[in-house]
Design a protein. Structure first.
Lengths: 115, 117
């Protein structure tokens, strides 16, 4: 029944490691997003994919690379993790092509802690 | 560039009293406006949105919001607060869809609502 799911929920890792976060949506939406929420709870868009095509790529380090194998999945791979990458990462999805939902639906988040 | 301001980091209200969480926005053209709520250690839950039509929008859990174009505001309201309403509330804005435009939501900084028993 989960509309937007993310794995893992918690991720604790050492500096310098490479890790991936997975996201899946079963809503049939055509657009998916990654957001980062910092320690002050501020939310900022990182990436957006529409029909497997990258359409938003905000100023994030190129250590972050999104991968969309199909419309229902958008994974986030992070290379050479740094302390400042510690945050909660949220996946979201929406339907942009008509009939559009106009609304983004969020996953439960992945809390990444870099030691 | 679009932006959202939530001027209050914290709002405290007694249970049973009306609550208001403030939001003002800046966007070129007519906006799409949203409210989301985040409970501790949870994801964001959609509460309500304004796209067009009636300026008073009703949403989940008895919340409503009023779109005021002249004041560029979209304040969240509830007539009678519950302790269970205590959470972090985010206002968000996006441009109306048009070819080539970004689809991103821009969020405010969030307002922590605490309802006191």
């Amino acid at each position: 029944d989960t509309a937007v799911s993310q794995t893992p929920k918690y991720l604790v890792t050492q500096m310098g490691n490479d890790k991936s976060i997975k996201c899946e949506q079963n809503l049939g939406h055509d657009t998916m997003y990654w957001y980062k929420q910092d320690s002050k709870k501020f939310l900022k868009i990182m990436f957006s994919y529409n029909n497997k095509e990258l359409i938003i790529n905000e100023t994030v380090p190129n250590r972050f690379s999104p991968k969309s194998p199909d419309k229902a999945h958008l994974n986030l791979h992070i290379n050479s993790l740094e302390l400042g990458d510690s945050a909660v990462y949220f996946c979201a999805s929406s339907q942009e092509r008509q009939p559009s939902t106009d609304t983004q639906y969020f996953g439960p988040g992945t809390r990444l802690t870099v030691l | 560039a679009q932006s959202v301001a939530q001027p209050e980091d914290q709002v405290n209200v007694a249970e049973g009293n009306p609550l208001t969480v403030k939001c003002t926005y800046s966007v070129s053209g007519n906006p799409y406006l949203f409210w989301y709520v985040q409970y501790p250690n949870r994801g964001l839950q959609f509460l309500l949105k304004y796209i067009t039509g009636d300026n008073l929008v009703k949403g989940s859990y008895g919340f409503e919001a009023e779109f005021n174009k002249s004041q560029t505001s979209f304040h969240l309201k509830k007539p009678s607060a519950l302790v269970s309403d205590s959470a972090l509330y985010f206002c968000a804005v996006r441009d109306r869809p048009r070819p080539g435009s970004a689809r991103q939501l821009t969020f405010g900084s969030g307002t922590q609502l605490t309802v006191l028993p």
